[in-house]
Design a protein around this ligand. Sequence first.
Ligand SMILES: NC(=O)c1ccc[n+]([C@@H]2O[C@H](COP(=O)([O-])OP(=O)(O)OC[C@H]3O[C@@H](n4cnc5c(N)ncnc54)[C@H](OP(=O)(O)O)[C@@H]3O)[C@@H](O)[C@H]2O)c1
Length: 311
Amino acid sequence: MTAALVNSPAPKLLVLGGGYSGLRFARAALAQGMAVTLSHRLASPHGSGQTEGGVGTGLRWLPFDSERGVRPEAGPLAGTSHVLVTIPPDAGGLDPVLSNLAPLLGQLPLQWVGYLSTTGVYGDRGGGWVDESAAVQTSLPRSKARLTCEQLWLQTGWPVQVFRLPAIYGPGRSPFQNLREGRSRLIHKPGQMFSRIHVDDIVGALLHCLRLAPNQRPTLVNLADDRPCPSTESLGHAAHLLGCKLPAVERFADVAAGLSPMARSFWAENRRTSNRRLCQELGYRLRYPSFREGYRACLAEESTSGKGIMG
Ligand SMILES: NC(=O)c1ccc[n+]([C@@H]2O[C@H](COP(=O)([O-])OP(=O)(O)OC[C@H]3O[C@@H](n4cnc5c(N)ncnc54)[C@H](OP(=O)(O)O)[C@@H]3O)[C@@H](O)[C@H]2O)c1
């Protein structure tokens, strides 16, 4: 991730949603010479170290909150060439950015727009592999809403790439804190697989894609690592790295009724996400091909920062 950006003389990036992935991407883009603005809903956004619009860290923050009707001014966004959207559909299933900022974005000289979506749109595949050519077949309302948002983004006529993500992990979003505090649960459901992606591979893959020539950027790209596996396996490895005991195994069938509806919906779908397009066709090399390397790196970064990514 050290090469300079080559397809724009003065790239100017707007990250809509400076949350977990958005902030990590913003910091990496800044380090590569982009001018970066992020949106936030909080009075004092994570990692800003200053009030909005300040330049203390080199990142500029602007307020955007679709629910409170707070929108950024057009002035500071003039000349924006690249946009990353991390904001999910709202409670009504609408896209907060398109519903509020489409006229503003439409005036910008956009060269690349990345939209972070979810592999949830593929629905349940009985543990089979799924790639971008698969028909979407979800029955979950939130995944249907997501699919509608994807389609609306692709219909804008802007140079949009949709990135479909499985579970995101990384420093500050790893299993270690829960393991240390005895709050982890080791739930086993026969045959159940989960895919995941380290946040720095989201960042690396996005930078890789925005550097591609426009005619070489696929519209849909899955961002996932090489190693889907049962959550018992990944949690077992995390406990091994920490040198702590695993909790007792619980059978999914015994505990399902007590899980939250959101957790139950995750367990209801079973698929393995293929990264063949990203890694073989587009030539991206994963920094963390599996949770094994990824968790080790999280542990190292969490021990150094003491508080993980947002610190
Ligand atoms: N987490 C996962 O495992 C996972 C898996 C698959 C896909 N995804 C999707 O990938 C994307 C990035 O995930 P993430 O975990 O990095 O997200 P995140 O940390 O939750 O960040 C989302 C950002 O959107 C902002 N936001 C949310 N609703 C908004 C609204 N109505 N108006 C303005 N801003 C709003 C949030 O603001 P605040 O900072 O103020 O909250 C935050 O900055 C999301 O779309 C997520 O749904 C996530």
